[in-house]
Design a protein around this ligand. Structure first.
Ligand SMILES: CSC[C@H]1O[C@H](OP(=O)(O)O)[C@H](O)[C@@H]1O
Ligand SMILES: Nc1ncnc2[nH]cnc12
Length: 290
């Protein structure tokens, strides 16, 4: 199969990639289990793309139950080295209003029950995560937003995404706490996704779609799934247009990313010193260091 360099993970409300042509659905079994769903591969204006619905196409997988390692491993095995995550988020700031878009550049990981690494079992790596979002990829998303000239949404660049375990939304006290930290938005899925993408040397950026003001805002009722998905439905067409513009740009520009060499300074155990079974499991990630 041809190398597919661009991957899209669609979150809540974004279960397929519009405009995808020459579609082939691929079921990939990974050493870390099955991905959330079949991956739809195809082309957008001739550019190869892989699309995966994070919660499954029928939205049947909880944030804490997402097979994050299988998802990233499967995308990596197809050749993906740019990954755009589309995610519904609650907002902690008045100016980040429902139906706006945000390009977060930082994460605070408050998840508790998720495996956050591919390594272990005789293989050690410590990749840098100081800048978990690829600035070059995020820049492409920003430029794609400008290409689209939307009249009904606004893009905010930068901000910190707090990742909670869920599946419940936050308490009022938690929401106030995260606001006091200066965080911008909240969601339940971008960690450990971003960590694993970095270990897999995949450039990662999030297109966050604001759906609500969580539960801190005196003028808005506390978030419910119904409110979040209702607002997302209004922004889904814009998100699809933006993604197509970004894919067009990525196909032409393929920007350099530090993420693409994250293991060069991060891989501690030489592949030759790893147990054979571990080396085999990690092969799509470490092949170039073998
Ligand atoms: C349906 S609202 C809560 C749900 O939406 C977000 O998912 P995703 O990041 O995949 O768009 C949030 O993290 C929760 O999983
Ligand atoms: N307020 C919120 N908290 C967590 N995840 C969300 N996804 C959408 N809105 C959210």
């Amino acid at each position: 199969m041809d190398k597919i360099r661009i991957g899209i993970i669609g979150g809540s409300g974004l279960y397929r990639m519009e405009g995808l042509e020459n579609i082939r659905e691929v079921e990939i079994d990974t050493p870390f289990g099955k991905p959330s769903d079949a991956i739809a591969t195809g082309t957008i204006e001739g550019v190869p793309v892989a699309f995966l619905a994070r919660h499954g196409r029928s939205h049947s997988v909880l944030p804490g139950g997402i097979p994050y390692r299988a998802n990233i491993w499967a995308l990596k095995s197809l050749g993906v080295d740019y990954l755009v995550s589309v995610s519904a988020v609650g907002s902690f700031r008045e100016e980040l209003a429902p139906r706006h878009m945000v390009l977060p550049d930082q994460f605070i990981d408050l998840t508790r029950h998720r495996v956050g690494t591919f390594f272990g079992e005789g293989a050690v790596a410590h990749v840098g995560l100081s800048h978990p979002v690829c600035a070059a990829l995020s820049e492409v998303l920003g430029a794609a937003f400008a290409d689209c000239a939307f009249s009904d949404t606004v893009l905010h660049r930068g901000g910190t995404y707090v990742c909670i375990e869920g599946p419940q939304f936050s308490t009022y006290a938690e929401s106030q706490l995260y606001r006091s930290w200066g965080a911008s938005v909240v969601g339940m899925t971008n960690m450990p996704e971003a960590r694993l993408a970095r270990e897999a040397e995949i450039a990662y950026a999030t297109l966050a779609l604001v759906t609500d003001y969580d539960c801190w805002h005196p003028g808005h009722e506390a978030v419910t799934a119904e409110i979040a998905l209702g607002n997302l439905a209004h922004n889904a067409a814009n998100a699809q247009n933006l993604l197509r513009a970004a894919i067009r740009r990525l196909g032409a520009e393929a920007p350099l990313s530090k993420a693409h060499s994250a293991l060069a300074a991060g891989l501690v155990t030489r592949p030759a010193a790893m147990p054979a079974a571990t080396r085999e499991k990690l092969m799509p990630l470490i092949a170039k260091y073998c």
